[in-house]
Write a protein that binds this ligand. Structure first.
Ligand SMILES: Nc1ccn([C@@H]2O[C@H](COP(=O)(O)OP(=O)(O)OP(=O)(O)O)[C@@H](O)[C@H]2O)c(=O)n1
Ligand SMILES: C[C@](O)(CO)[C@H](O)COP(=O)(O)O
Length: 273
């Protein structure tokens, strides 16, 4: 089964306010986009990547992504111990650079860069239109650039087990209340039923194409993720465990947290659990 990753990276990063479109802001000396591409390639489950970038930065995106993708690729990344050949992810590749004697080799993952749009949905649709052939399509925010390989593995495994749509989810850690516009508390939501949703979100290609097709004619613009579009087709969306390291870098404090996480020596892309 071939799996293509769509990487929306065309956002302006208004809330981060770091002086450049967010995917081009540096974390630990490299653009977020480089971290995101490297994480996807090192997961071992992605066959091709399509990036949606700002129109003025298409060449920069291509250069950054191709350099990042040339990092040696290794299959056991994110998996503890040897790869189980009978395990759920069957496209894992050999050649771990950290295994003594294993030869490093260039990434075999082709990268396409397209122009993004005015909002995330438009950017994802532009990237989706550039996917030549694929059985499975994953959509992943460049802003979630430290996502561990294990999250990719869980999403792809659930698709291969028969799901049409898969999202990584985490429990709520705050109490959640509803309020009036004026800010008066109306009531509490049962947080045991609520989940924070991350990316990569995975889809059978036809489901994602149908969902974006519907979106083009649907006046309801409320969906903030691709699963939200697919839900309108009454397709069941399956949740798998996400990971706190897959945080979306949105505000300055998120970038600071990510910097500390990396400088503490964590290599999120290699982490299994
Ligand atoms: N027009 C857009 C808007 C967002 N994105 C991408 O969608 C992901 C999630 O968006 P978000 O984190 O909200 O990024 P921004 O839109 O850049 O943030 P802000 O709203 O603060 O400007 C990011 O990887 C972002 O680059 C995109 O490709 N095209
Ligand atoms: C797709 C997403 O990352 C899921 O949590 C999120 O909805 C994107 O947020 P945005 O601010 O609407 O881009």
């Amino acid at each position: 089964m071939s799996t293509v990753l769509l990487l929306p990276a065309a956002g302006s990063g208004t809330r981060l306010a770091a002086g450049a479109p967010k995917a081009f802001v540096h974390l630990a000396g490299r653009p977020l986009l480089a971290h995101a591409v490297e994480g996807a390639v090192r997961s071992g489950v992605i066959d091709a990547i399509v990036i949606a970038a700002p129109s003025s930065l298409l060449e920069d995106a291509r250069r950054i992504a191709e350099t990042a993708a040339e990092a040696p690729v290794g299959s056991p990344v994110g998996l503890d111990g040897p790869v189980d050949p009978d395990g759920p992810v069957d496209s894992v590749r050999p050649g771990d650079p950290d295994v003594p004697g294993a030869p490093a080799r260039p990434a075999p993952v082709p990268i396409t860069v397209v122009e993004g749009g005015a909002d995330r949905v438009v950017s994802v649709a532009a990237a989706l239109a550039a996917v030549p052939q694929a059985d499975l399509v994953l959509v992943h925010d460049a802003a979630r650039c430290l996502t561990p390989a294990s999250v990719y593995h869980r999403v792809v495994a659930a698709l291969k087990a028969g799901a049409s749509a898969v999202v990584p989810v985490l429990p709520m850690t705050d109490t959640v209340k509803t309020t009036t516009d004026a800010g008066t508390v109306v009531g509490d939501l049962d947080r045991t039923a609520l989940r924070r949703v991350q990316t990569p979100q995975g889809f059978v290609r036809e489901a994602l194409i149908a969902a974006h097709g519907l979106q083009r004619t649907d006046p309801d613009r409320s969906a903030t993720d691709d699963a939200g579009l697919v839900e309108r087709l009454d397709i069941a969306v399956v949740g798998v465990p996400g990971d706190e390291a897959a945080l979306k870098i949105t505000h300055p404090i998120d970038l600071r947290v990510a910097e500390l996480y990396v400088s503490d020596g964590h290599d999120a892309h290699r982490r299994s659990e």
